[in-house]
Design a protein around this ligand. Structure first.
Ligand code: NAD
Length: 318
């Protein structure tokens, strides 16, 4: 495999003579398009396909090779990367449309979509039954991370050697690449992370609202909590109260960022994983219910930090 000529330094960063790969990239939406563009910029041969022809044309204008189908994109590919909306799309591509049978025998398949762990495991079993390796590698970092090439990848794969082959390629689109465990483990890690993030966002919103309703300046309260034990990622860079952080979605009319409907999708995946494994997640359940109501009230396209407004509008039960 060409990428094996990379070396690793003490900080787990790859260096040395960069060997290029032929990559098929399928799914060129908000995330996939900038990820594929970064691979092109790094000098890889990238064959791209999306159901939306304009998305393919846009990548071709940036140096990728346009393919007329997923199968054509995979011709000669050493790696196949998919970045699709949900589990049904990924299953449809690889199983119903039969892409698993059509990719070259030596190709490694990497699904970076956020999907349920069960489907990821099912695809891994189906791939290995055909003598192929499949990695679930969902990402954290959002569209900004995809554009800047700073995504975090959480990988699940049976064979750690396959992970080592994929890692340099993922580092061309991100800055952190983790081996979470076996098949489906990447998806479980992603679900756990986003469940925690939703709880941090709701908790921070509640604290800021409680303080403001009791006469505190939210800016002062934020500073106090940032220097105290309530410090967290939301307070550090994503304050949900408008006007406190110029670059946060809250100060830009809650334009995403990370849409509430995507947070709800991820929470449902976390709840499914909890249900399947009979694990109780009381705060995850509550977070899922709150985002469900928020989205059903028309806030799905707004950034997930807009849950602050929902918290502000809650009325005491009489
Ligand atoms: P998107 O809807 O913008 O893009 C998905 C693309 O897949 C679309 O262009 C669509 O045409 C294409 N597609 C669907 N089925 C296809 C098929 N069979 N063949 C080829 N192309 C197909 O979605 P997105 O925002 O890019 O998100 C993709 C995945 O990344 C989702 O699973 C999402 O949960 C996850 N994710 C998104 C973000 C974010 O901030 N947007 C952050 C982290 C993870």
């Amino acid at each position: 495999m060409p990428l094996s000529k990379w070396s690793v330094d003490n900080n787990n960063k790859y260096f040395g003579v960069q060997i290029m790969a032929t990559v098929a990239f399928i799914g060129l939406g908000n995330m996939g398009a900038p990820m594929a563009a970064n691979l092109v910029r790094r000098g890889h041969d990238v064959n791209v396909f999306d159901l939306v022809p304009e998305a393919v044309r846009s990548l071709a204008a940036q140096g990728a090779k346009a393919a007329a189908s997923a199968e054509q994109a995979c011709s000669g590919a050493e790696f196949v990367i998919s970045m699709l909306p949900a589990g049904e799309h990924v299953e449809s591509l690889y199983l119903e449309q039969g892409l698993l049978n059509l990719v070259p025998a030596s190709a490694i398949l990497v699904d970076t979509s956020t999907i349920d762990a069960d489907t990821a495991r099912k695809l891994s079993v189906a791939a290995s039954g055909r003598g192929k390796s499949m990695v679930d590698a969902p990402v954290s970092g959002g569209v900004a991370g995809a554009v800047e090439g700073t995504l975090s990848f959480m990988c699940g794969v049976a064979d750690p050697e396959v992970f080592e082959k994929v890692k340099p390629l993922l580092l061309d689109m991100g800055k952190n690449v983790f081996l979470a465990g076996g098949p489906g483990a990447g998806q479980v890690a992603k679900a756990c992370n986003n469940m925690l993030l939703s709880i941090l966002m709701i908790g921070t919103s509640e604290a800021l609202n409680l303080g403001a309703e009791n006469g505190l300046d939210p800016a002062v309260l934020s500073d106090i909590m940032l220097a105290s034990s309530g410090k967290n990622w939301v307070l550090e860079g994503y304050n949900p109260c408008p006007g406190l952080m110029a670059n946060a979605p809250a100060s830009k009319g809650y334009e995403p960022g990370f849409m509430s409907e995507l947070m709800l999708k991820d929470l449902r995946l976390a709840m499914a994983a909890a249900g399947d494994s009979k694990v109780v997640t009381p705060l995850g359940d509550l977070a899922c219910a709150l985002y469900n109501r928020h989205v059903s009230q028309g806030m799905g396209k707004k950034d997930f930090s807009s849950i602050f407004q929902a918290i502000q509008n809650l009325q005491p039960e009489s």
